[in-house]
Ligand binder design. Structure first.
Ligand SMILES: C[S@@+](CC[C@H](N)C(=O)[O-])C[C@H]1O[C@@H](n2cnc3c(N)ncnc32)[C@H](O)[C@@H]1O
Length: 272
């Protein structure tokens, strides 16, 4: 997705974005405990491509960790800012392209921790974003965390299993539907980050069929934009049939909630 399409996409989904997405509690707790333990009184954590800042808000709300949140999209930031104000959490927002941060964050640099949730695949040039992050991190002790899809994470989702061509049409992860760990490691390394560990998060979600269909129609994943409107309607019909076959309870009970896996991986990098 080029910059113009990306801006239009996130502008159009900003208001419903948080309503159609679940914030994964296990990763909120994992990072919240880690940041509290290792840097309780540190400068803020830098969250890049923050969107509506739902992860920084969740971590700040539960653990009191301050965040500096950067995104290029004014509409997504506006939603995040208003939620942070309501909840009175210690977040600061900056509107900027994450690849052009030179000088902007100097008063806060170097950061002990940088996070990026569900957004690494929006950067087609991984070495450049790695280089930009490395420049912000403490050279000796800084760590960055990418919460993303690696290996067969996307194939194993309910979309990968049942939504026609979802895996084939999702090509944002260095040409694949999830990052190949070896390709990602090498691309990050080119930008000066060494992958230190990968932590799998086996998250489960529960939704009715109607809620799943609402996610498609509100473009929960930008992947759904890769279907022409008539293709999307046909794919929705096939998906609905497949779900009714796989989960017969949904045929007679529209309130039946399907439990389905949403595997994610936390890729941890350090300056190389
Ligand atoms: C899928 S959303 C993820 C938002 C948030 N991290 C979350 O998990 O809810 C991707 C975000 O990346 C932002 N983004 C993509 N490329 C960017 C860039 N070059 N600079 C700043 N933000 C960018 C978009 O504006 C969007 O808000």
């Amino acid at each position: 997705m080029n910059r113009k399409k990306r801006t239009l996409h996130f502008r159009s989904v900003a208001e419903v974005y948080d309503q159609v997405r679940g914030t994964d509690r296990p990763v909120v707790d994992y990072l919240g405990y880690f940041f509290s333990k290792y840097c309780p009184h540190s400068p803020p954590v830098l969250d890049l491509a923050t969107g509506t800042a739902r992860y920084p808000i969740a971590i700040a709300h539960s653990f009191g960790i301050p965040f500096l949140c950067v995104d290029e999209n004014a509409s997504m930031l506006a939603v995040g800012r208003s939620k942070a104000e309501q909840l009175r959490v210690p977040l600061t927002f900056v509107k900027s392209d994450c690849l052009r941060l030179d000088g902007i964050l100097d008063p806060f640099r170097p950061f002990s921790f940088v996070t990026m949730f569900n957004a690494l695949h929006h950067f087609s040039d991984i070495p450049s974003i790695a280089y930009a992050i490395r420049h912000q991190l403490h050279p000796a002790s800084g760590r960055c965390y990418f919460y993303t899809r690696v290996g067969d994470d996307n194939v194993r989702t309910i979309w990968g299993h049942y939504f026609p061509e979802f895996v084939e049409r999702e090509r944002h992860y260095l040409g694949k539907s999830s990052f190949s760990l070896s390709c990602l490691t090498s691309a990050l390394h080119k930008g000066g980050l060494i992958v230190q560990e990968c932590i799998p998060f086996e998250v489960y979600e529960k939704h009715t069929l109607d809620e799943l269909l609402r996610k498609v129609r509100s473009y929960h994943f930008s992947t759904f934009r890769a279907y022409a409107p008539d293709e999307l309607e046909k794919a929705i019909a096939v998906f609905s049939n497949r779900i009714r076959c796989a989960f017969p309870e949904t045929r007679n009970d529209p309130t039946y909630r399907i439990t389905h896996p949403s595997p994610m991986t936390l890729v941890v990098g350090i300056p190389g």
